[in-house]
Design a protein around this ligand. Structure first.
Ligand code: ATP
Length: 244
């Protein structure tokens, strides 16, 4: 289903050419992970949810793959948090931005179906930023640095699934809490982020949403991201050894 969604999204102009390669890289790591959410990933999910709930200005930053695969779940998360979504893509073209913006607006109804009725009006209120950036992420060159001063730039906690290493590094240098979802525990993004959820995006997005709705996650002040990454890597290594 994920592959079909991405192929359709690619045909509809939502994705850059390299998007399917990035997805394939994720699939390879998911095989190693056993294609299920580990207890280690659950701990990272709870830490991310706690950080988002406690944030003053949380923002969810979406690229093409994230929008195509889990757009509705992430709009629903933004509705619970009453925070903006910002489209922030690596290969920015006005055409792709326009298509992504329209797509996200067209699935607000799907986001409502994921939420209790009391929260439906909050879905309509989620701002979708990215179309008219008025600032840029420092130390990052080119169009991918473009951002909104009332979005990414002023956020204290950003959930940015499937980020690339350079941008993660630039965002971390701004002393924000950066939460990522990345199946590769060895990627630069995974290694640099404040909290890394090593899990597949479409599997963990509903878990993040449910936990946000429950609203009882506590921040673990002792969070050790490298330790959590090592534990995910150990699961992959164990799975590999069992196939010897
Ligand atoms: P980095 O720049 O962080 O060192 P990279 O060049 O591999 O790594 P990108 O190509 O920007 O990074 O992003 C792809 C990353 O996203 C890969 O690490 C891949 O494992 C991961 N990924 C791809 N699809 C998914 C998915 N559906 N769920 C979770 N992670 C995914």
């Amino acid at each position: 289903m994920s592959r079909k969604k991405l192929v359709d999204a690619s045909n509809d102009g939502l994705l850059a050419d390299s998007a399917l390669i990035a997805h394939g890289r994720g699939e390879a790591f998911d095989y190693l992970l056993g294609e299920k959410t580990s207890t280690v990933a659950m701990q990272a999910i709870e830490e991310v949810v706690a950080l988002l709930l406690k944030a003053k200005n949380p923002v969810l930053s979406l690229n093409g793959n994230t929008t195509a695969l889990a757009g509705a779940e992430l709009i629903a998360c933004a509705a619970v948090l009453q925070c903006p979504i910002e489209l922030n893509i690596y290969y920015r073209t006005p055409e792709r931005m326009e298509v992504l913006f329209k797509f996200l607006n067209s699935i607000r109804g799907c986001a409502k179906e994921l939420l209790p009725e009391a929260l439906h009006s909050q879905v309509d209120d989620v701002p979708i930023l990215g179309m008219s950036p008025d600032d840029s992420i420092p130390n990052l060159e080119g169009p991918r640095a473009a951002c909104h001063s009332d979005g990414i730039l002023s956020a204290d906690v950003i959930l940015v699934p499937l980020e690339d290493g350079d941008r993660c590094e630039a965002l971390m240098a701004m002393e924000k809490s950066i939460c990522v979802i990345d199946l590769n525990p060895l990627s630069r993004t995974a290694q640099m982020a404040t909290v890394t959820i090593v899990d597949e995006l479409t599997r963990c997005a509903p878990l993040i949403l449910n936990s946000l709705i429950k609203n009882n996650s506590e921040i673990n002040e002792e969070w050790d991201n490298m330790d959590n990454l090592q534990k995910s890597l150990n699961i992959m290594l164990r799975n590999l050894n069992e196939h010897d």
